[in-house]
Design a binder for this molecule. Structure first.
Ligand code: SAM
Length: 206
């Protein structure tokens, strides 16, 4: 099914394909979002006319590239990650794609970086794809930073189906299960959990 989905979605361009190929050499390659999700995120950010975006969890920069290229020339994307080595790979490809001037990367624990952000300006698009036990804190910290109507995307919200129970779960799985329950009951967000990739939750700030 995934080959069919890929064959009928926007294909990665040369720069994105090269980034995917280089990341495939890393043992951590599974952390990267799929090219179909990248295409979806570009389309979404572009159709929302996103201008100011933020990302928690950048790795080698594929999701950042997908979002940055959807932004207008004067748009901006703030990327948060703890790993300078992986994100340095991303920087090279952002440069090649001509979007590096729109991206600012801050290295450090995302919880601390988010807590230190000024009240203004606010964001209209956010993507969270880092340590799962940190998600609840990231969502809480992002809420006041998002514009009304702003969209937050949370990755891996189905945890390979383990959210359904009946399988052995990790601390990461349990954190996501608790957060899924919390979010659907939180009236400050309009919440939709899509069975895209490993589960992509869309939160619209009311
Ligand atoms: C699943 S990967 C992100 C994949 C990326 N979105 C992509 O498209 O390739 C998770 C990233 O979160 C980062 N990370 C883990 N814990 C973090 C923390 N506490 N603060 C910031 N980044 C963190 C890791 O260094 C890693 O690069």
């Amino acid at each position: 099914m995934s080959a069919y989905v890929l064959a009928h979605s926007e294909s990665p361009d040369q720069v994105m394909a090269a980034l995917i190929a280089e990341t495939a050499q890393l043992p951590e390659v599974n952390m990267q979002i799929g090219p179909d999700q990248a295409a979806f995120m570009t389309l979404l950010a572009r159709s929302l006319n996103a201008r100011r975006a933020i990302e928690v969890g950048t790795f080698t920069g594929l999701s950042a590239l997908a979002v940055a290229r959807a932004l207008p020339e004067d748009g901006s994307l703030l990327c948060l990650d703890i790993n300078a080595e992986w994100t340095a790979i991303g920087r090279r490809y952002w440069e090649l794609a001509g979007v590096s001037d729109r991206i600012e990367l801050r290295i450090g624990p995302a919880g601390q970086t988010l807590a230190a952000l000024p009240e203004e300006p606010t964001y209209d698009f956010a993507f969270v794809d880092a340590d799962k036990t940190g998600y609840a804190g990231y969502v809480a910290a992002l809420h006041p930073r998002m514009q009304s109507n702003g969209l937050v995307l949370l990755d891996n919200m189905l945890r390979g189906g383990r959210v359904l129970g009946g399988a052995e779960t990790s601390a990461d799985d349990e954190a996501v299960i608790a957060l899924n329950d919390e979010l659907v009951a939180d009236s400050r967000w309009e919440t939709v959990l899509l069975p895209v990739a490993d589960g992509l939750t869309l939160l619209r700030k009311r």
